[in-house]
Design a protein around this ligand. Structure first.
Ligand code: ADP
Ligand code: MG
Length: 387
């Protein structure tokens, strides 16, 4: 769906469910991480961009203190009084939306006089595919309340509100990458985020300007973040940092790896090597984009994937096949993206090659007997905004 179609769908559903017209429509994109995986909780660098897939929220102020929220993807209306908002009182999908309102109160917004809201959500960001439908939902609600309640909050504060909602109201221990990407993104640009200082820099990608496109290959393999793998990798990183006498792996340089190999056990060393080299690759991509343009970043994407496959061991055969097939079919570069253990890969391709590369990937998955992947194009896009 295009954004105008989403806006129409949201307006129609709003009228059906809540009655009448909304005061306005706000939208937030999903995001793709171009490079920098598992570096966020090591106080390192990530480099995501907002995409041209959106969550649109139709919103209207009420005369009482109730918040009522519905979604085109879910039955029914969830409702809670502003005074009853608390993490324990929230659950299910609506915790992402209602949690944003609670989190705004936690981060300094005075909710004591705030009017209630009717909200309806429509989205074409696939859920759970690693494109951050969760941050898209949080971002759309955050910009809606910011304007409807006249809060005048800056984008960084809105990102912190979204993250707090996700951490406390939903209970997902994520960093601030997703919310930063969807709130700060700019057309044809990426958001370089330093996860230690939380400084962000908009870096032109020039994919669109140079006739390139990003192909997303959603393997449809369920990622099991919450369990096992993710927690284990975090623990490895903490063990590695402790073994090297630093507070986080951000403080380990590529030149320190020789010493790290002597101090750490073999597996912990490989986990550390991924983080340390990945941080360096994020900065190298930014330099390469500036000095040589987007066609020069292919080898760095390839190294990133190999590091996740061999050192961090978070890839799966479907992701490896997507990446190797994309490159064999002519992609400039390709890597898995997101937390791993399933989810999506991305390939940077010449716009003219999109269809043929996509077809080769479908053929390769069929030949391997894998579930058919979903493949689609994304463009680096503007962050959350009023529609
Ligand atoms: P991702 O962010 O990668 O898409 P998450 O598990 O973090 O995956 O977030 C997905 C969850 O967010 C869904 O299961 C659902 O609870 C909620 N969600 C996101 N967008 C919507 C929406 N438009 N309508 C209802 N729930 C949504
Ligand atoms: Mg998410």
């Amino acid at each position: 769906m295009t954004r105008p179609e989403l806006a129409t769908a949201a307006t129609d559903a709003f009228a059906r469910i809540h009655g009448g017209a909304p005061d306005g429509l706000w939208s937030s994109p999903g995001r793709v991480n171009l490079i920098g995986e598992h570096t966020d909780y090591n106080e390192g660098f990530v480099f995501p961009f907002a995409i041209n897939r959106h969550t649109v929220v139709a919103a209207r102020l009420r005369d009482d203190r109730m918040v009522r929220v519905s979604s085109g993807l879910r039955d029914g209306v969830e409702e809670v009084a502003i005074d009853d908002l608390a993490p324990d009182a929230l659950g299910g999908w609506s915790a992402y939306a209602l949690g944003v309102i609670w989190a705004a109160g936690q981060l300094g917004t005075d909710l004591s006089e705030a009017r209630g809201l009717d909200l309806h959500v429509e989205s074409d960001v696939p859920l759970g595919a690693g494109l951050s439908s969760s941050a898209a939902l949080e971002g759309a609600v955050a910009v809606a309340i910011d304007e409807l309640w006249g809060l005048g909050l800056d984008r960084r504060t809105l990102a912190r509100i979204g993250r707090l909602a996700e951490n406390e109201a939903v209970g997902a221990p994520t960093g601030i990458m997703d919310q930063s990407a969807v709130l700060l993104g700019q057309r044809d640009s990426g958001v370089l985020l330093d996860c230690r200082s939380l400084e962000s820099t908009i870096v032109p990608l020039a994919f669109e300007a140079q006739g390139l496109a990003v192909l997303v290959i959603d393997t449809r393999v369920e990622h099991a973040h919450a369990n096992g793998g993710y927690a284990e990798r975090r623990a490895s990183c903490e063990r590695g940092a402790a073994g090297l006498g630093v507070s986080s792996l951000r403080d380990v340089a590529v030149d320190d790896l020789e010493r790290a190999e002597q101090v750490l056990d073999e597996e912990t060393f490989r986990r550390v090597r991924h983080i340390v080299t990945e941080n360096a690759r994020v900065l190298a991509v930014v330099d390469a984009l500036r000095d040589s343009g987007p066609r020069s970043i292919g080898p760095l994407l390839a190294e990133s994937h190999a590091s996740m496959r061999d050192d961090f061991e978070i890839s799966v055969p479907e992701l490896d096949l997507a990446v190797s097939t994309a490159v064999a079919a002519g992609a400039i570069g390709s890597r898995m993206t997101g937390g791993g253990f399933g989810g999506a890969a991305i390939a940077l391709v010449e716009r003219d090659d999109l269809a043929s590369i996509s077809q080769r990937i479908h053929e390769a998955f069929a030949a391997a007997g894998f579930t058919e992947p979903a493949t689609f194009e994304v463009l680096p896009s503007q962050g959350a905004t009023r529609v």
